[in-house]
Design a protein around this ligand. Structure first.
Ligand SMILES: NC(=O)c1ccc[n+]([C@@H]2O[C@H](COP(=O)([O-])OP(=O)(O)OC[C@H]3O[C@@H](n4cnc5c(N)ncnc54)[C@H](OP(=O)(O)O)[C@@H]3O)[C@@H](O)[C@H]2O)c1
Length: 260
């Protein structure tokens, strides 16, 4: 190994670590799962649809990575608990937890029923809370852990009907700070990555409108919208030893959208 490779691997390599990535079968979660696995972690991806999960894992194992999938519905407390135990059964307790599973149902607040509110909070906020309660204390006991949430610019401002979605993401960033306060003394950092507009299946409808896409790109500083792979480097950094002194933070990966 060259000296620069040894140095970089000392900072960022995830060999020997176990990661659980919710929503790891699509979009940002899939890119993050791939990044963590290629950086050396054994990765379990959790979502509902088996085909997408199996495709993701096949791609990673073909690349020589250690990866597996668990199908589970994070929309109910029992579903979260079952998925967590199924995931642990594969490679053991996770050192790294990434909460990327999310839904955006988009009705304007005035038309938003309690069903949409409940579904949004369950997947976007309650599942990360429950998984944190399950894994955070054990990470703290072992003296190392990394919890990474994927929130949204809508945690910070209203955007195309933030409705319940923006509320859930605001709560998620607060959750990261509470978790950071609880477990950082024991080597467990908890942070949030904040996307702007990323071309993924989540916003397929908006992405299909070239004028809207161009207008959103123009609002960034880089002149383009995000792609899922933009999250790879930031995720590896937050999952690695290199970020030991970074905790409770919301880190925008958005081409400058939030500050433009
Ligand atoms: N794309 C953007 O512009 C953008 C912007 C800001 C924030 N975000 C956030 O980034 C995260 C990832 O979004 P994305 O754009 O990558 O979306 P995506 O491509 O639609 O991926 C969402 C993932 O969540 C999983 N999921 C959804 N509901 C679930 C449930 N009940 N149980 C288990 N898994 C579930 C999906 O798999 P199944 O459907 O198979 O379950 C899928 O793997 C989300 O939290 C989203 O809010 C995205």
């Amino acid at each position: 190994m060259t000296s620069s490779n040894a140095y970089l691997s000392g900072l960022f390599a995830l060999d020997g670590r176990v990661a659980l990535v919710t929503g790891g079968s699509s979009g940002i979660g899939r890119a993050v799962a791939g990044a963590l696995a290629r950086a050396g972690a054994s990765v379990v991806v959790v979502a509902r649809r088996e085909r997408e999960l199996a495709d993701t894992v096949a791609e990673l194992t073909a690349d020589g990575c250690r990866a597996a999938w668990v199908s589970g519905d994070l929309g109910s407390r029992d579903g979260v608990r079952a998925a967590a135990e199924d995931a642990v059964a594969v490679f053991g307790e996770p050192d790294i937890l990434v909460n990327s599973a999310g839904i955006n149902l988009r009705p304007p607040l005035g038309e938003l029923g309690e069903d949409v509110w409940d579904a949004t909070m369950a997947v976007n906020l309650e599942a990360p809370f429950l998984l944190g309660q399950r894994f955070g204390p054990r990470m703290a006991e072992r003296g190392f852990g990394r919890i990474i949430h994927i929130s949204s610019q809508q945690a910070h401002r209203a955007f195309v009907q933030s409705g319940a979605y923006g509320v859930s993401k605001g709560g998620l960033e607060s959750l990261a700070r509470s978790q950071a306060e609880a477990w950082s003394p024991y080597g467990v950092t908890c942070n949030t990555l904040v996307p702007g507009f990323v071309m993924t299946p989540l916003n397929a409808r908006l992405s299909a409108d070239p004028e809207r896409v161009a207008a959103l790109a123009a609002r960034t500083m880089t002149g383009r919208n995000g792609v899922a792979e933009d999250f790879a480097g930031a995720a590896v950094f937050l999952a690695s030893g290199a970020s030991a002194y970074v905790t409770g933070q919301s880190i925008h990966v958005d081409g400058g959208l939030s500050v433009h």
